[in-house]
Design a protein around this ligand. Structure first.
Ligand SMILES: [Fe+2]
Length: 197
């Protein structure tokens, strides 16, 4: 005989409605995107190490080789959800503020964007904005997968983190033709019709 009793109501609690981390952060005096040169904090040390590697090894030549390697699209196949789930095992070594698996960051970003409910495309963008980090599971080191990147083949932009202390061993910095910001013909040559404004 079919059970005619009503389906019991399930109480759903969204803890984010009770605990607002931004309030606790405000009280603690924490500043986001703080990149100290010297810190005893293990997470911040790792952040700097990752940027030192990025700024040492990421050259124009390196980037061109990586384009060739990854643009074959022959490394793996995955749905968007499967790729997101891979990020369960990735903690971004370049982020001074986040030490949770990247899938948490992906959903947090998408959820936060719900504040603009008319922009569903933006929610999707928030969800997938870091998906490229799955490259870390296919042999790519974190220094060329995560973090704030920079334009290669020209002078390093002033807004690049650790700009003044981490580029000294990058071979491109010793090549005058790659450092010259005014050398627009260089970009035209390697990148078709793209020029820098
Ligand atoms: Fe992100």
């Amino acid at each position: 005989m079919a059970d005619s009793s009503p389906t019991p109501r399930i109480l759903m609690i969204d803890p984010s409605l009770v605990f607002r981390p931004e309030e606790a952060i405000k009280k603690s005096g924490w500043h986001f995107r703080n990149f100290p040169e010297d810190s005893d904090d293990p997470q911040l040390k790792k952040v700097k190490e990752t940027y030192v590697k990025m700024h040492t090894y990421q050259t124009l030549d390196y980037v061109k080789k990586k384009h060739e390697h990854w643009r074959k699209f022959d490394k793996f196949e995955a749905t968007i959800l499967e790729a997101l789930q891979k990020l369960n095992a990735l903690v971004d070594e370049s982020d001074p503020d986040v030490s949770v698996p990247n899938i948490v960051h992906a959903f947090q970003t998408a959820e936060r964007i719900r504040a603009a409910p008319d922009k569903d495309w933006l929610q999707l963008t928030g969800l997938i904005h870091d998906l490229g980090k799955v490259m870390a599971f296919y042999g790519e080191p974190q220094f060329s997968t995560v973090g704030d990147t920079f334009v290669v083949g020209c002078e390093v932009g002033k807004s690049v983190v650790y700009r003044d202390t981490t580029f000294h061993d990058n071979p491109d910095m010793k090549d005058p033709k790659l450092k010259d910001l005014t050398n627009l013909s260089f970009w035209t040559k390697i990148d078709g019709d793209r020029t820098r404004e």
